[in-house]
Design a binder for this molecule. Structure first.
Ligand code: ATR
Length: 275
């Protein structure tokens, strides 16, 4: 029986065990997935321990996504550019690190909105770790024009200057983003501001939104942020972060097992748990 898992701190509320164990069961795949509470001072020992006991692969969550990199044997180019790993795969005696967060977001867009997003004019709101994963993954997948706005402009400028996959890109203030919002056809909210307990807050006003634009938020708890609620009120189509979470898991599952899980079923089981 194979063993998989997720390491993080905190980890008790992770939905990954539920989602992956159900997918293993549905495919009659002989494996278990566990949540392991690993504090930063135990990270190195935990990674060595996983190898020693023959774990086949694992997910990595906050706060270890960057810190884990030195303990892995190879890093996929997208994960390397982002500087964060959320999925580790065992290949023989080696640990290979991937980032499936950004690709998971793109897959969710393709499923819920449209197949080809390369010609969209994208605005990424935020410049933290999640913004970086989405910005680089979109650029790597061929999206040509991606601007970034952030409260701390310097962080948006740093992302835009690194731009390893060479899209056309501008770094702008939140105020500029609000004023020139009408030019964007896809807006992606990646900041943490609308989460509990600040569910009434949003990083920018959507007053000048083009109602034909598609608006995504990476938060799924609350299920609909104030940001998404405003977009919906204005008539835009929206998606929350549940799809991104499900697809980052589905892509990891495929890398580990070579099998494609039933994403509808994965989504349903997480939705049932969210209540
Ligand atoms: P993550 O890894 O989840 O992206 P992060 O790296 O801490 O988390 O980034 C948090 C993002 O939310 C940043 O873009 C941050 O803006 P700053 O770079 O200016 O800090 C943004 N953010 C958090 N609280 C915010 C607030 N009250 N208003 C606007 N942006 C906020």
């Amino acid at each position: 029986r194979e063993l998989y898992g997720v390491i993080g701190d905190p980890i008790a509320h992770s939905m990954s065990p539920l989602m992956h164990n159900d997918a293993f069961k549905a495919l009659h795949y002989d494996a278990d997935y566990h949540a392991f509470h690993v504090t930063p001072d135990n990270l190195e020992a935990a990674v060595k321990g996983m190898k020693a006991i023959g774990v086949s692969g694992f997910n990595v969550t906050i706060p270890h996504k960057t810190a884990i990199i030195p303990y892995l044997d190879e890093i996929d180019p997208l994960a390397e550019a982002i500087g964060a790993v959320n999925t580790v795969v065992r290949k023989g005696t080696k640990w290979i690190g991937y980032n499936t967060d950004g690709p998971g977001f793109i897959q969710s867009l393709k499923e819920d909105w449209k197949e080809d997003v390369t010609n969209e004019h994208v605005l990424v709101v935020g410049a933290g770790g999640a913004a970086k994963a989405i910005y680089y993954a979109l650029a790597q997948s061929g999206v040509k024009q991606i601007d970034i706005c952030n409260r701390t402009l310097e962080k948006a400028i740093a992302l835009q200057q690194a731009n390893p996959f060479h899209c056309q890109s501008k770094a702008i203030t939140l105020q500029d983003a609000e004023e020139c919002l009408a030019q964007y056809s896809l807006i992606v909210q990646t900041t943490s501001i609308g989460m509990h307990p600040n569910v009434h807050l949003q990083p920018i006003s959507l007053k000048h939104l083009n109602v034909n634009a598609y608006v995504a938020d990476i938060i799924y708890n609350p299920f609909e942020t104030a940001f998404l609620a405003e977009a919906k009120r204005l008539g835009a189509n929206i998606q929350n972060g549940l799809g991104m979470f499900i697809y980052q898991g589905a892509i990891a599952f495929e890398k580990w097992t070579g099998q494609t899980p039933d994403v509808k079923r994965m989504k349903q089981i997480v939705m049932d748990k969210l209540g």
